[in-house]
Design a protein around this ligand. Structure first.
Ligand SMILES: Nc1ncnc2c1ncn2[C@@H]1O[C@H](COP(=O)(O)OP(=O)(O)OP(=O)(O)O)[C@@H](O)[C@H]1O
Length: 641
């Protein structure tokens, strides 16, 4: 059964098979002793569990019915006491000891294996996370957060589950079922054929069950997923929902999703409740057959068919042996019903392991990160030369070209503005400068070094980026500003906050810099978040600073404060500012006007106004000089909406 036909991470799967074994060898080697200790404990525990029935059979025959002398396998005859009372106590003592040992070894097995698999899981998870975060930005562009999280959660847990539960069940089956089968075969192999024949039947039944229930469980999972995302969407959008008075509509949609879930669950339940009775019926059939054949034999002194005595008319069966056979055959059910789960668990764990190994082995990013030249002193000269770029879809195919023939130069210390209609490619151009993506053709250089030749970490240490929707981490304001600069001093942090126009409002917060910002900064306004993000980048003191509409949410007054500090900020670094509010870039040394993936105009504010092109028209819109706009521009703007 292919366990993951719709595997979103197909391309991550390892080339070679046996992923579990590889991970096991890589991460389990140093804890191999713990693992082997756990396995030995499991074997001893299972063997101990076989003893009571065995001793009971001997006690019945020799103490209760006197049909044979009291003897124990592996115990020298000289050690066996002579009188029945002492023999009875010895038998009872053996049963008690085997139960006690079984409990102790069961504890040891659980302790050792859980400790092994938890440590294993921990190391695999941390390494997988590390490999995951080194993936390129496009990896995350094409996947939902939930999908990515599923590697770290489900896949890693799947492996752990397999190691702790399935492998344990496998040992149980092999030792317990194998042990019981072997004991019975040794005592009376002909009679043993009846219960032993039930083993493959039970195994097959169990496998059939897992095969049948698996797709049904997948449907349940998908129905749960849909129901959850419906609920999540509705609760998240509760204000929109209420303002549109769509409550009845949404209740209907939730009802439909919930009904789908109910149907899927019911389908799985009806299959499940058929399984256990059929398993029990198979075991019961073996049990009843042994009872009839063995019982007949014990009661009448001859078997119901000469086959069971091997044609020997004097062959007898003792009551104790019959009890042992009955006891053992009843106990096949429990371990055997896990057979299917083990196979299923293995398939899942192998698929999960392949994804993890695929991710760990994907060294394309690693070489890109660590092979390049380290930057020392950066002046901040940036040059784009005929750069073309298209985003990739999830199959790695190029989508529509979004940047065409982008060429420009920025001198150290320049303040460069990027303006243009929405979707023109401004953010994309800057993301290439951070090497979130590589251009399809053309080159981008920093101080004359091709970005592709630079060490990625070193590049990003020198190029600061404040995005349109800055992300704040759960923590305090101070932690967020100092993010990535662990050895900052307090004064430097306050200074950065002041330059970003954040100091005043932070000081007014209840706990000042120690105020918690809430998850993703939800407890702050959009403008406040932007200012903290700006302060964070200023504190890093990068040589090249990219502001992607970094002040779009702040009020005019704060923007003036930021503009003021930008003047000092831009003195000794190259700054790129993407702006819709053109006043932000009015004083720029150079303004790049982008439209539909191309630079259509380039110059200072004055030059561009004189040029009377796109920039001049955008400017007229912003200062309210609508009458100055050419008809063509108005028609285009209307058409774009
Ligand atoms: N991750 C992505 N995957 C695919 N296409 C993208 C991605 N990001 C942006 N695009 C597309 O690339 C084009 C340029 O987008 P970009 O964000 O660079 O424009 P922009 O000029 O910064 O726009 P805005 O002013 O609205 O922020 C758009 O058509 C957009 O749909």
């Amino acid at each position: 059964m292919p366990p993951d036909e719709d595997d979103e991470f197909a391309e991550l799967r390892a080339e070679e098979g046996n992923a579990i074994l590889r991970l096991f060898l890589e991460y389990g080697r140093e804890r191999l002793l713990t693992f082997v200790g756990g396995a030995v404990a499991a074997v001893v525990q299972m063997l101990m569990a076989l003893v009571p029935s065995f001793v009971l059979a001997i006690a019945i025959d020799s103490l209760f019915f006197d049909t044979r002398a009291f003897s124990l396998p592996l115990v020298p005859g000289a050690w066996i006491p002579g009188n029945e009372g002492a023999q009875f106590l010895l038998a009872g003592g053996l049963v008690a000891t085997s139960y006690a040992l079984s409990s102790i070894f069961s504890w040891a097995n659980n302790y050792l294996w859980n400790s092994f698999s938890q440590q294993f899981q921990h190391s695999v998870r941390v390494d997988t996370y590390d490999a995951l975060q080194r993936q390129g930005v496009e990896f995350f562009d094409n996947r939902q957060t939930g999908e990515v999280m599923s590697i770290l959660n489900n896949d890693v847990n799947q492996l752990e589950g397999f190691l702790t539960n399935n492998l344990n069940s496998l040992i149980t089956i092999v030792v317990r079922v194998g042990g019981m089968g072997a004991v019975m075969l040794l005592i009376n192999w002909r009679l043993a054929l009846i219960p032993v024949a039930a083993i493959p039947a039970l195994g097959y039944l169990s496998y059939w069950f897992v095969e049948t229930i698996h797709p049904k469980y997948q449907e349940v999972r998908s129905a749960v997923g849909k129901l959850n995302s419906r609920l999540e969407n509705n609760i998240g959008g509760i204000e929109t929902l209420k303002s549109f008075t769509t409550e009845p509509f949404e209740t209907d949609r939730v009802r439909d999703s919930s009904r789908e879930y109910l149907d899927a669950q019911w389908d799985a339940i009806t299959t499940r409740i058929k399984f256990f009775p059929s398993l029990q019926a198979t075991t019961a059939a073996a049990y009843v057959s042994v009872f009839f054949v063995g019982g007949w034999w014990v009661v009448t002194g001859t078997p119901p068919h000469p086959f069971f005595s091997g044609g020997d008319p004097t062959a007898t069966l003792t009551a104790g042996t019959l009890v042992l056979f009955l006891n053992y055959s009843r106990r096949f059910v429990y371990p055997m019903r896990q057979m299917g789960q083990i196979i299923n668990g293995y398939q899942y764990a192998e698929a999960a392991g392949e994804r993890i190994v695929g991710l760990l082995d994907d060294d394309t990013r690693v070489s890109a990160e660590s092979d390049g030249t380290e930057l020392e002193e950066v002046e901040g000269r940036v040059e784009f030369d005929d750069v073309n770029f298209a985003y990739r879809d999830e199959d790695g195919e190029a989508e529509e070209t979004v940047l065409r023939g982008i060429s420009f130069e920025a001198d150290p210390g320049d303040y460069v503005g990027l303006v243009g209609p929405t979707g023109a490619g401004k953010s994309t151009t800057m993301k290439l400068l951070l090497r979130f993506y590589d251009p399809d053709s053309g080159t981008i250089t920093l101080d004359g070094h091709d970005l592709a030749d630079l060490d990625l970490r070193s590049l990003r240490e020198h190029v600061g980026y404040v995005s349109q929707e800055p992300y704040l981490f759960y923590g305090t304001v101070a932690e967020n500003i100092a993010y990535g600069v662990p050895d900052h001093d307090e004064a430097a942090m306050h200074e950065a906050a002041e330059k970003a126009g954040a100091h005043e409002f932070v000081a007014d917060l209840e706990d000042g810099y120690d105020t918690m910002v809430g998850e993703r900064g939800v407890k702050l306004s959009g403008g406040q978040r932007q200012r903290i993000a700006l302060a964070r980048t200023i504190l890093r003191d990068p040589d090249v600073l990219v502001l992607d509409e970094a002040t779009s949410h702040v009020d005019n007054e704060t923007e003036a404060v930021i503009q003021n500090s930008l003047e000092t900020l831009t003195e000794d670094r190259t700054v790129f500012a993407i702006a819709h509010r053109l006043s932000t870039v009015r004083d720029a040394d150079q303004i790049l006007v982008m439209d539909d993936g191309e630079i259509v105009e380039q110059g200072t504010h004055g030059e561009l106004i004189d040029g009377d092109g796109l920039y001049a028209n955008l400017w007229h819109v912003q200062v309210g000089e609508m009458e100055a706009l050419p008809q063509q521009f108005v028609e285009r703007s209307l058409g774009a909406e």
